[in-house]
Design a protein. Structure first.
Length: 69
């Protein structure tokens, strides 16, 4: 099965078929606890990251929060 083409933060990216948002975050090296994800214009609750399978054409905005002061 060919890789899926998606857009992450405005840049094209390929993911494996069946990949979830959690898989994508792991590939990006982003800890799930400090991140907000918008998928196709709607905020995706953190509880859905492991169940939400990506599909070709998905547009995601991923914002990782950093601590400090």
């Amino acid at each position: 099965m060919p890789a899926l083409e998606i857009i992450v933060n405005g840049a094209p990216r390929t993911v494996a078929p069946g990949a979830t948002v959690a898989d994508l975050l792991a590939d990006l090296g982003i800890a799930r606890g400090r991140v907000a994800v918008e998928r196709n214009g709607a905020v995706l609750p953190r509880a859905e990251h492991g169940r939400c399978a990506l599909v070709a054409g998905d547009r995601l905005e991923v914002v990782a929060f950093a601590g400090g002061g």
